[in-house]
Design a binder for this molecule. Sequence first.
Ligand code: CP
Length: 306
Amino acid sequence: MARDSRHLVGLSTLSGEAIASILDDASRLRDRVRENGPSTDLAGRVVALMFMEPSTRTRSSFTTAAFKLGAQVLPFDAASSSTTKGESLLDTARTVVAAGADAIVIRHKQVGGAHFLASRLSVPVINAGDGIHEHPTQGLLDALTLRDALGTLEGKTVAIVGDIRHSRVARSNCFALPKLGARVLLAGPGTLCPPELAALGVEVRRNIDDVLDEADAIMLLRIQRERIGGALLPSIDEYRRFYGLDVERLQRRPELVVLHPAPMNRGVEVAHEVADSHQSHVFRQMENGVYVRMAVYMRALEQEVV
Ligand code: CP
């Protein structure tokens, strides 16, 4: 059931063609919204946003994506839900479906949370982040932003720098970008970017200076303190020195495209001036998130983008 193509559980199982098709749909929807405003493609449909972990960008863009297609959003607040009384994830999701949801968007700390629901529910399930595993819609919006900025991903080099080990964003990008023809370089502290990651079909380097000159684009990642113990962490100063993109480094590469999935720790992995520079595409990523999520809803609810 999790192989049902209405679900979006991760990018590891999608072909390059399927990924490119979602990006094309997102791009078409963006043109349509800019020209004509919201549509009624999904009028009468209900999507439930089950966020069991904090979110600003993903939740708000799944919400506006639904509105722009005429769908209703079934509000779900984990903190005031009956999960706090011990109700299981599956019973909670079944309840939301019984209440009328036509699709479920799920963010959960458990790796495999979305897959678990996708293999048990009759409605499509969209993964909005499962622990450290995958964040497929973020990977798609990153790819769309890169394609916009670079014209194509074919033959381009994308560096991802920072806490790769705990980053579901990095993982989804490592699955998607090579399928679109890009080469991926990873760099980060040894404990947060172990050499075994090369098994994902990417190259692992030591620090930002080892990738900066070869990259057409760079994605900075924050240290995910909420997921790791202090023992693995370098000091903030050390992190900034070896893995941070500051003004001096940016000046070496005036054409470099800068991405960050956010939230950003300004002054650590990315300098204030870099985050706000014309080379930064961070807020374009967020805007593209709406169009990618519109495309994902259309695919989940089996509507053609015309
Ligand atoms: N990039 C991202 O997933 O941000 P949120 O955690 O705010 O949704």
